[in-house]
Design a binder for this molecule. Structure first.
Ligand code: DPP
Ligand code: ZN
Length: 884
């Protein structure tokens, strides 16, 4: 496998002005005819002098049937064919290539290119899947106008879709029919899409800000037609939000979403024809949880927003992936914040980032937001490119302010519409709109690793000044031993003894500038001094998590409790509670490791009691504050993670809290369950909040071993009208010692939902994630279940992903059985679906976090995978880099 470097980027030698595709879909093969209207790239033609460079087209797993250049048929002597390229020699600067190939979507288990999901045909071309469809310049800086005709049997595939507008359709002999679609916008091949199937659709419309009507359609298999309304509502909200917040209007007459069951990712933003994992489209009360509803809303928005941030302005090369992904994740996060609770959305995103992206940044696959090299681009659809990339955009937004940021985005879209550009082009637009120099800031794009920011304070009572000193550093990451200082925007406030925000005046300023402000930390060490402080304040640092760093400040537990109650920044109230819980849990972990009796610091109990008793606090915030840091997060922040001690300590704390806080938990549980009984399900922030508190209360209460709780749990399981309550009750039972009730509930649930694959994914997941002993055996048995299939990515994620990623005590069993199991799965998946195989590897790549015995076992499994035979580039890259 070959490494590809950003520094080797070359503009394409040839351009493709028009692409005319014809697909003949059959059950045992598909024929693809491509007519490419091409010309020499004028940018590179200066020194041509009559000789042209060879034309090298990408193509994999294609059976070439015919090839012609300007209508003259070519013979094998006229071109070179390899496993990945077709090379020929043009004689003139403008020409037309015609090719015909045979492909096999019916046996395509990699789910890349054209493939079948159930009985329907669909495509996934990003990043480099189009080369499995036809010979082409499969790179994002080659943008072309596409016309697509597809034909298939009418009764099997009544719906035939592609990008753009429907131009014509008709019948053929023998029960076949055809349709021709034309996309008026130039696009790279990765945005191509095709769908053929027996689909129903829900239709609606949207009138854009310039009064143009747009037809909206969501296509699903007939049995899912009742689960589309939420996605449709989300789409209309997204279209409106993008007009209002970014001034972006939709540009075609029709926008289509198609739901498919077999999909490697969440969804794909193909021009005018988004293809979605059904898990990111289908949602209704009875079958989808609140979290699933919010995910649908967020992913629909994300893919829609790509129409501008990705499609109209796309990436020059795949190293620039965060140009569209970081920006679009930032856009969808802000959308979700506006639609629901802003603070809760931020808490969820930060908890996710710190647990998962920080772990990636500290592991063998660490890479900058804009990577310098890769072996397999599919491996770089990462938390770093997406989530950290979004944080980089958020920091630009923070530094510029909303208004100037909008000027910058307007300039970016105006300047680069129809182009394939780089992250530098984006930052340049932001600089030009703001007058700021972002040269140093751009290190966020080029340096990997999570910066540490250690903060210390000094109060001078005589001078009434208070100084904060910031020291930043960043650990070495693969290929980058030395790091230069980042620009770190630190939003902060100072609290007085009553918890009120103090006016902030830095030395040298005439007047105070508000009570919360953003300091730019740009040096390795930097001190800021505030004046006019008659008493020593308490700092509230990194409000809203204004930068993706690991901040440390020597807070004691009483100060954290004070911040929990008083901080005017909701995010930091939660954060103070998390830090308090981390300190308490780390103390318990130490006690457990030393074989001492575990003793819970009662201040945590007191802090959570006051949260529970605060009826004025947003219930979703109460639920977030009651959630202890996860085992995965405790692992991430450990030098060496002791899986068993972490689990024991956390479970001990939960059980103690359940006993100590039984009464307030029970009161709030009952009140909220009663409200759920009274009001039918609504997918709306207030209801989400109420159920989230109800459900976390139930999970605590169950640990108190009181019969009334079991009765309540069973009542909730049986009588609720929605999946959020039902699944929580099921999960609580699955993790309980009530074997009889558990088995009964599992059986009843499966019987009721056996025809709904997405619900059954949840059923697999709650069992796979259960920390009760015997986890691996349960997972093995579930793999034998008739509804499990290793070929379906959602099932793999639901069962194997949940086990290896969430069930840490079982996965990390000292005998290495969990590791062996995962390695076997990866080896099987490597042959079927390399992208999914490579994703499942992540837990094994984290081997440096564990004790020597586990390290050895994990490495041995990685080595066994490496030696197992022919590896895909996807798996090879992750395994070899993990062992390096
Ligand atoms: N489907 C992926 C996303 O939307 C890749 N573009 O983020
Ligand atoms: Zn995206």
């Amino acid at each position: 496998p070959k490494t590809i470097y950003l520094k080797d980027y070359q503009a394409p030698d040839y351009l493709i002005d028009e692409t005319h595709l014809t697909f003949e879909l059959f059950e045992d093969h598909t024929l693809v005819h491509a007519q490419l209207v091409m010309r020499r790239n004028p940018e590179k033609a200066a020194g041509d002098k009559g000789t042209l460079p060879p034309l090298v087209l990408d193509g994999q797993q294609l059976e070439l049937l015919a090839l012609a250049l300007d209508d003259v048929a070519l013979t094998p002597a006229d071109y070179q064919l390899s496993a990945s390229h077709l090379t020929l020699q043009p004689k003139v600067a403008s020409f037309v290539i015609d090719s015909s190939v045979r492909i096999h979507p019916e046996s395509n288990t990699a789910l890349e290119g054209l493939y079948k999901s159930g009985s329907m045909f669909c495509t996934q071309c990003e990043a480099e899947g189009f080369r499995k469809i036809t010979y082409y310049l499969d790179r994002p800086d080659v943008m072309s106008k596409f016309t697509t005709t597809l034909s298939g049997e009418q009764h099997k595939y009544p719906v035939l879709l592609s990008n753009g507008n429907l131009l014509a359709s008709g019948q053929e002999e023998g029960g076949r029919h055809w349709a021709t679609w034309e996309d008026p916008f130039k696009k790279p091949a990765y945005l191509f899409a095709l769908v053929a199937g027996d689909l129903w659709c829900v239709e609606d419309s949207f009138t854009t800000m310039s009064q143009r009507p747009v037809t909206l359609r969501i296509y699903v298999e007939p049995e899912n037609i009742d689960k589309c309304q939420h996605a449709m509502d989300s789409l209309k909200k997204s279209m409106k939000w993008d007009e209002e917040v970014y001034g972006r209007e939709y540009d075609l007459d029709i926008f289509m979403i198609v739901a498919v069951n077999d999909f490697n990712m969440g969804a794909m933003e193909n021009k005018g024809l988004n293809i979605f994992n059904s898990s990111c489209v289908l949602a209704k009360a009875e079958t989808a949880t609140d979290a699933a509803h919010q995910r649908v809303e967020g992913v629909v928005a994300h893919e829609y927003f790509h129409n501008w941030s990705g499609n109209r302005v796309t990436c020059r090369d795949w190293f620039q992936l965060s140009l569209k992904e970081g920006f679009t994740v930032f856009r969808d996060a802000e959308f979700s914040a506006d639609m629901n609770s802003r603070t809760v959305k931020r808490i969820e995103d930060v908890a996710f980032l710190r647990t998962n992206q920080f772990a990636e940044d500290a592991g063998p696959m660490a890479h900058p937001v804009r990577p310098d090299s890769f072996i397999e681009i599919s491996n770089f659809y990462t938390l770093t490119v997406y989530e950290k990339g979004a944080e980089v955009l958020r920091m630009i937004h923070t530094l510029l302010g909303a208004e100037t940021f909008r000027k910058g985005s307007d300039l970016y879209f105006a300047r680069h519409d129809g182009q394939a550009v780089t992250c530098d082009d984006f930052v340049k637009a932001m600089e030009d709109a703001s007058g700021l120099d972002l040269t140093q800031f751009k290190r966020w794009y080029t340096q990997a690793g999570t910066p540490r920011l250690a903060v210390s304070e000094q109060y001078d009572a005589a001078a009434n000044t208070y100084s904060l000193t910031f020291r930043q550093s960043c650990p070495a990451t693969p290929g980058q031993s030395e790091k230069l200082p980042f620009v770190i925007p630190v939003e902060l406030g100072l609290l007085d003894g009553q918890g009120a925000d103090l006016p902030l005046r830095l030395v040298g300023e005439d007047t105070a500038q508000g009570t919360t402000r953003v300091l730019s930390v740009t040096k390795a060490e930097q001190t800021f001094t505030f004046e006019g402080l008659a008493a020593k304040p308490l700092p509230s640092l990194l409000r809203g998590f204004s930068a993706p760093v690991k901040l440390s400040f020597p807070y004691d537990r009483d100060q954290l409790m004070f911040l929990m109650q008083h901080d005017s920044d909701g995010f930091n109230r939660w954060e103070a509670g998390q830090q308090l819980a981390v300190q308490v849990l780390q103390e318990l972990i130490g006690q457990q490791q030393r074989g001492e009796a575990l003793l819970l610091d009662q201040r945590l109990v007191a802090a959570l009691r006051s949260v529970l008793e605060d009826e004025a606090l947003d219930q979703a915030m109460v639920a977030e504050m009651l959630s202890l840091p996860s085992e995965a997060y405790l692992t991430e922040i450990s030098e060496e993670a002791d899986v068993d001690a972490i689990h024991a300590a956390r479970e001990f704390a939960r059980a103690e809290l359940a006993q100590a806080l039984f009464d307030p938990l029970w009161k709030r549980y009952q009140a909220n369950r009663e409200a759920s009984r009274q009001q039918p399900y609504v997918a709306e922030a207030g209801h989400f909040a109420r159920r989230s508190l109800q459900n976390i209360a139930l999970s605590y209460l169950m640990l108190a071993h009181r019969s009334e709780v079991l009765v309540a749990c069973l009542e909730q399981f049986d009588a609720c009208d929605n999946m959020t309550e039902r699944l929580t009750a099921l999960a609580v039972l699955v993790n309980s010692a009530h074997a009889e009730e558990r088995d009964k509930a599992l059986t009843a649930f499966a019987e009721h939902f056996k025809d709904n694959p997405l619900v059954m994914d949840q059923w697999f997941s709650v069992q796979a994630a259960s920390a009760l002993p015997g986890g691996l055996e349960r997972v093995r048995q579930l793999m034998e279940h008739p509804l499990f299939s290793i070929k379906n990515p959602n099932k793999v994620r639901a069962l194997i992903g949940a086990f290896a990623g969430q069930n840490l005590v079982n996965f990390h069993q000292m005998d290495g059985s969990g590791y062996r199991f995962l390695a076997d799965i990866v080896i099987s998946l490597n042959a079927l679906n390399p992208q999914i195989a490579s994703r499942q590897l992540a837990p094994l790549t984290r081997w440096r976090k564990y004790d020597a015995a586990r390290q050895a076992l994990m490495k041995a499994e990685l080595e066994r995978i490496l030696a197992s035979g022919e590896l895909s580039s996807d798996v090879y890259e992750v395994v070899s880099k993990s062992l390096a």
